[in-house]
Ligand binder design. Structure first.
Ligand SMILES: [Zn+2]
Ligand SMILES: [Zn+2]
Length: 801
């Protein structure tokens, strides 16, 4: 009988479509398990081979959980607002709504083709008014609680997308989406006060089962530090405040730098002799992006303010004041003190402008890494602090500043409020109007959803206004408060809005009265396991934690965190080891792989490709190897006898493989789980025939990886019910070890006795067995073990002094 994967896969997908075996039942008495993957953006290119890696992984985890007796929810949906669709629509003159609909249909076909156990009845689409009604509703709650506000501020402006970007969306100084140039632009924007949650977003990480690098990235991004704000007196009687985490270096200050945008400059313009030079520099700085300005190894530039000096409060030393573009107004106080003796950038600045350098720490290292590693320099040239270690000096100087009235303790954050509006068409309309008399007025909640109007042209405008601004019929409305004339907000929400709460909507996707019911949320929440890309750590993952905490604060959700566990996968690269891209011609199309080899092969290959957390190059040979393995399994059905139970010859291997596969699935080590099943298959082949129970156990173990072929073989074997409804096989720990053997123990070359160990024990295990024997241990206890010679199966010789 031939392995006709196409017919088998079609057959089972049709049965799943009809019988809905993966439907999650809210309120079911079994324990619940919520497995989640990041819902895809339905692009015109269709599914990428990178998508199935995390999708298959959590599909495997949830399939095993079902067999473990859990009531599983494993939902899917589409995050469909945003620029790629809008840009595609503009280029091809098709409305974004139509593009989205077509793309979703294609993605759905592809996801079903891969046989995922999604509960399709819970599918959500962020561009559906029934969905974004509640995105708008949550935004209004944030507005009502003072977390949403509109302000004019310099933003990152992508010159190619013609859209404002959040700091998180600027990667290496360019637009993370299109790679376009990013410049600063003053713009009135809606903002979300995520900074209000900075402490909780850091502190609550402690109780979560997130992989360490996710926690570290979020903490670094929020960037909490405890330091001092120190006030310097200016020669003209004004004051300037700087923030520093290294107050201990105050005696080493030889100059001060202000941001070119510092508002005090305007006040001083009559006192600054070289004001023309200052203005020219300001104009130059405004043309650069924050990234460009912050780059460490660029040439240092600046202008010294002639006629202005400041006094160092610790020693009254008069030092010059500069403006330089590396100081940004949005960070700290817009002013920094220059300590060239212990900061590389400050040192370069001083070399360029011929400023003095004072060493205040001896033997220390100012890099954050060295400091965190408890590198302790000794204070010099610092008056009363001389001789103190840096660690002692920091709190001592902090206290001194506070007591002398020129400093106050301050916690600072790198995190900025979230720019929450985009001047584009394809996004959720912001449900507020602006009234001349009343200012910003929210729509009544009964008016939601505020539906995105159908526009003729969705091209971005060169003046940076949203395409909606041109739709005067839609824009002009009446104020819900006073009934007077008012204008609708024409900016839309950023593409990150809809994903902030989609995992909650899955729990109760068709609710018209509320975003979801309390019962559904109490039953399903929080998400037990969420896998997603590392690139979303400081974007979606942080944003959605923020929204969830807000919903918790207003009593909408009962848990303070959305996701209990977070893991992340590596990228799948082209066969040349490079990132897949059209221009490199190394893109693999999932449709072609499934066509030629089948979905089970594709699933297995992506799990076998390597360490789940690491990037891995695509290999056609690897795909073929997985296909051959499935062929061998298909043939094995001819060698199954009518006998039950496990045979003596295979018993240990059966128990071991069950243990290995069970543990590996739970820890995302799919490659080694599959390798263990391949090894078992080799033993099956060597044994000639296998029992019914050995075959059944093997099919269950493989089912999460290759659900179609295993279900078919289960049916052919005449087993009752569906395979996915079976219980996960158990193993007996005692039966996972081979026969035990006795080896001789020599200490200092003299035979002292024997210990019993597993036949395959390694040196550490053998040594542990010696230690466990009180009499033998007494001979080496308290001594230094210098050398161990271990001959497996025969002898262990220990040299100790
Ligand atoms: Zn861009
Ligand atoms: Zn009004």
């Amino acid at each position: 009988m031939k392995y006709d994967f196409a017919a088998i896969e079609k057959k089972w997908q049709d049965i799943w479509e009809e019988k809905k075996p993966y439907a999650a039942i809210t309120g079911d008495p079994r324990p619940k398990f919520y497995g989640l993957i990041e819902f895809p953006y339905p692009s015109a290119a269709g599914l990428h081979v990178g998508h199935p890696r995390p999708f298959t992984a959590i599909d495997i985890v949830t399939r095993k959980k079902r067999m473990d007796g859990y009531n599983v929810i494993f939902p899917i949906g589409y995050d469909a607002f945003g620029l790629p669709t809008e840009n595609y629509a503009i280029k091809n003159h098709i409305h974004p709504a139509i593009v989205t609909k077509e793309n979703i249909a294609n993605f759905t076909r592809q996801l079903k083709m891969l046989g995922y156990g999604f509960d399709w009845d819970r599918c959500v689409n962020t561009t559906d008014p029934n969905y974004y009604k509640w995105t708008q509703w949550i935004f209004l709650q944030m507005y009502k609680h003072g977390l949403a506000y509109k302000t004019t501020m310099p933003i990152n402006w992508c010159t190619s997308c013609k859209v404002g970007l959040a700091n998180e969306e600027v990667v290496d100084g360019v637009c993370e989406r299109c790679g376009g140039e990013v410049v600063r632009k003053e713009k009135s924007q809606w903002m979300l006060r995520i900074t209000k949650y900075a402490d909780r977003l850091i502190d609550d990480l402690d109780d979560l089962d997130y992989i360490e690098r996710v926690k570290v990235q979020q903490k670094n991004w929020i960037g909490r530090s405890t330091g001092v704000e120190v006030t310097f007196k200016v020669s003209n009687g004004d004051e300037i405040t700087v923030y520093t985490t290294r107050a201990d270096t105050l005696y080493g200050v030889t100059y001060m730098v202000l941001s070119p945008e510092h508002p005090i400059l305007e006040k001083w313009k009559d006192q600054i002799a070289n004001w023309d030079e200052v203005q020219a520099y300001q104009a130059e700085a405004a043309r650069k992006s924050d990234f460009e300005r912050g780059e460490l190894n660029k040439e240092k530039t600046g202008v010294c303010l002639q006629g202005i000096r400041v006094l160092n409060p610790v020693n009254n030393a008069s030092v010059p004041v500069f403006i330089s573009d590396y100081v940004l107004m949005g960070y700290g106080t817009g002013a920094v003190m220059g300590v060239p003796g212990h900061d590389q950038r400050d040192w370069e600045f001083c070399m360029k402008f011929g400023l003095p350098i004072i060493e205040v720490v001896k033997g220390g290292d100012m890099t954050k890494e060295a400091f965190d590693a408890k590198d302790n320099g000794i204070m010099v040239n610092s008056d009363w602090m001389n001789g103190m270690t840096v660690r002692e000096a920091i709190p001592a100087m902090k206290k001194y500043c506070v007591e002398h009235g020129f400093g106050k303790e301050k916690v600072n954050y790198k995190l900025r409020d979230w720019v929450f509006s985009r001047q584009r068409y394809w996004g959720e309309p912001i449900p507020l109007v602006h009234c001349e008399k009343c200012g910003w007025v929210p729509l009544d909640e009964s008016e939601l959803p505020l539906v995105l109007p159908n526009v003729e042209s969705y091209e971005p405008t060169d003046d940076g206004e949203s395409p909606l601004a041109k739709m005067t019929d839609w824009v002009n409305t009446t104020c819900p408060k006073c009934g007077g004339p008012a204008q609708r907000e024409t900016d839309t929400m950023p593409n990150w809005a809809g994903s902030c709460w989609y995992y909650l909507r899955y729990m109760d996707p068709n609710n018209d009265e509320a975003p979801f019911s309390k019962e559904a949320d109490e039953y399903w929440g929080p998400v037990d396991w969420y896998n997603g890309g590392m690139e979303h750590t400081t974007l979606h993952l942080l944003y959605s934690r923020f929204w969830h905490k807000f919903l918790y604060d207003i009593g909408v959700v009962p848990t303070k965190e959305p996701y209990q566990k977070r893991t992340s996968h590596g990228m799948i690269l082209g066969s040349d080891g490079q990132k897949m891209s059209k221009s490199r011609g190394n893109v693999v199309n999932p449709d072609e792989i499934v066509d030629e080899f089948g979905a089970d092969t594709m699933r297995m290959y992506e799990m076998f490709i390597g360490d789940f957390e690491k990037a891995a190059p695509w290999s056609e040979q690897g795909v073929k190897g997985c296909r051959r393995f499935l062929e061998r399994i298909w043939k094995m059905q001819e060698n199954v006898s009518d006998e039950t139970g496990y045979s003596k010859a295979l018993e240990v291997s059966m128990h071991r493989t069950i243990k290995k596969v069970s543990q590996d699935y739970e820890t995302l080590k799919f490659n080694t789980a599959i390798a263990a099943m391949m090894a078992l298959m080799n033993e099956f082949t060597a044994a000639g025939t296998i029992t019914k129970d050995e075959w059944k156990t093997f099919l269950i173990l493989l089912n999460p990886v290759a659900p179609h072929i295993t279900e078919e073989l289960w049916q052919i074997a005449g087993e009752p019910g569906f395979l996915f409804q079976q219980s996960w096989p158990e193993y007996d720990e005692a039966k996972t070890v081979e026969d035990r053997i006795s080896i001789a123990v020599q200490i200092m070359g003299k035979t002292r006795g024997n210990v019993e160990i597993a036949k395959e024990a390694d040196q550490d295990e053998a040594l542990a067995a010696v230690r466990a024997d009180a009499r033998l241990n007494a001979l080496i206890d308290g001594k230094n073990i210098i050398k161990v010679v271990y001959v497996p199966g025969r002898i262990i010789n220990i040299i100790a002094k």
